[in-house]
Design a binder for this molecule. Structure first.
Ligand code: HEM
Length: 408
């Protein structure tokens, strides 16, 4: 079988670059690189990876809204599942096309609809208030472990209904591996896979079993959907696994990006502190300004032209949503400014189209509640040392972030 890497560079006039989106120095600060990519043109060719790239908002939006031409079933990472053996069984929602996608998406979307999410609000608020009191007592702490990880590991994992024991050790490494898999098979992915094989994969399989789930959580509800014939019996644990892999690292990193952005822009925190009702809008700006997800792929299902560039069938196309969210063509001259008064809706942090994040409402709820609880109690958020970046092939967050907080 021919691998995606052995396909020839397309014989068309398209700007080429040997830019490596996965290099440490790019992940340290991707934004100047994104500007360079956007200036190359609406479409460019990533010669290292034999893939097209798109870094402008309008073209990414159009690609994500055309799942018939730009499919997900060949994988949303660099590997083309039509030509390479997938590293694991593909996701039955994220890596599925219509009509299969519509069936599983309907079940997951029903589960995560506002009616059920809103029921979680009181518990989520209580947990956020407790955590904020705890960090205020400490004064100085590690924002990653003590806040950004601690919160979703408690509230989201409880909402899914998995046992408490093992969460800290296994959940985040599992997600780390899944998100690394959206890039190339580099040392970063290999190390992460080896780590996950040492316990996390087996642990996840175990906690997704029906008998290990609480009776009323999202996990149990997926099994009920299977009882009702909406899913095949073997699909229920697969979707519980999807919730756990998609829903932890992403919210943890979003909280990290929020704390870091506010510690670097105290004048913006002053707005939110003065008016905690701004929390939801501020979170949206965090998602735009410091995208959690940076890039993923689609695969062409036919010959197609994007912004005048002809693409053959079976081409991988990398969409840099982290760049779209800073594209001055969409956000104006102030695209690189962190501004919580901005209307940041229309950002692509959750993707868009039929695969737009199914968990975005609960992710937004978690973020809004944490920022509100902080805004009500914390006047100052200060960075007390250099944050340590967590290198991953598709999501961007931190491993540690020394911070101090003070109340009024
Ligand atoms: C701030 C946190 C989050 C971010 C930034 C995020 C980002 C994304 C993005 C960009 C996609 C689209 C991928 C694509 O188009 O190929 C996506 C899909 C998805 N996300 Fe999230 N996500 C977050 C939280 C969550 C949570 C909490 C859950 C679970 C409750 C979740 C579940 C999913 C699922 C199931 C999909 C696949 C949807 C589909 O293919 O129809 N995500 N997410």
């Amino acid at each position: 079988m021919e691998s995606a890497q052995t396909l020839q560079r397309p014989q068309v006039d398209v700007p080429a670059t040997d830019f490596d989106p996965y290099a440490d120095e790019v992940l340290d600060d991707p934004y100047p690189h994104y500007e360079m990519l956007r200036e190359l043109g609406p479409v460019f060719y990533l010669s290292r990876y034999n893939a097209y790239g798109i870094a402008r908002h309008a073209e990414i939006d159009a690609v994500l809204r055309d799942p018939v031409t730009f499919c997900s079933s060949a994988g949303v990472g660099l590997a083309n599942f039509h030509m390479e053996e997938p590293w694991r069984k593909p996701s039955i929602i994220l890596e599925a096309d219509p009509p299969m996608h519509g069936r599983t998406r309907k079940v997951v979307a029903g589960l995560l609809a506002p009616a059920s999410i809103n029921k979680l609000r009181p518990t989520f608020e209580r947990q956020a208030e407790l955590l904020v009191e705890r960090i205020l007592d400490k004064g100085s702490f590690d924002a990653v472990t003590d806040l950004c990880e601690a919160y979703p590991l408690k509230v989201f994992a409880d909402a899914v209904g998995i046992p408490a024991e093992g969460r800290e050790k296994y959940l985040l490494p599992y997600g780390d591996m899944v998100f690394n898999a959206f890039g190339p098979v580099n040392e970063r992915f290999k190390a992460c896979l080896a780590k996950a094989q040492d316990g996390a994969i087996a642990w996840i399989a175990e906690v997704c079993r029906r008998e290990n789930l609480t009776p009323d959580g999202f996990g149990a509800q997926l099994y009920k959907a299977a009882d009702e014939g909406l899913l095949a019996p073997e699909e229920a644990p697969m979707l519980v696994r999807t919730l756990l892999s998609a829903g932890l690292d992403t919210t943890v990193f979003t909280l990290c990006n929020a704390i870091l952005s506010f510690s670097r822009h105290p004048e913006q925190w002053a707005h939110v502190h003065a008016n905690p009702a701004l929390a939801r809008q501020a979170l949206e700006e965090v998602l735009r300004y410091e995208s959690t997800f940076h890039s993923f792929y689609r695969t062409t299902t036919r010959e197609v032209e994007v912004a005048g560039v002809p693409m053959a069938n079976e081409q991988k196309v990398c969409v840099f949503i982290g760049s779209a969210n800073r594209d001055p063509r969409r956000w104006g001259e102030s695209a690189d400014k962190f501004d919580v008064t901005r209307r940041a809706s229309g950002n692509l942090a959750f993707g868009t189209g039929i695969h737009g994040c199914a968990g975005q409402m609960i992710a937004r709820l978690e973020g809004e509640i944490v920022l509100t609880a902080l805004a009500k109690r914390v006047r100052n958020i200060r960075l007390e040392g250099k944050p340590v970046i967590h290198y991953n092939n598709s999501v961007r967050g931190y491993t540690s972030m020394p911070v101090s907080v003070s109340a009024d």
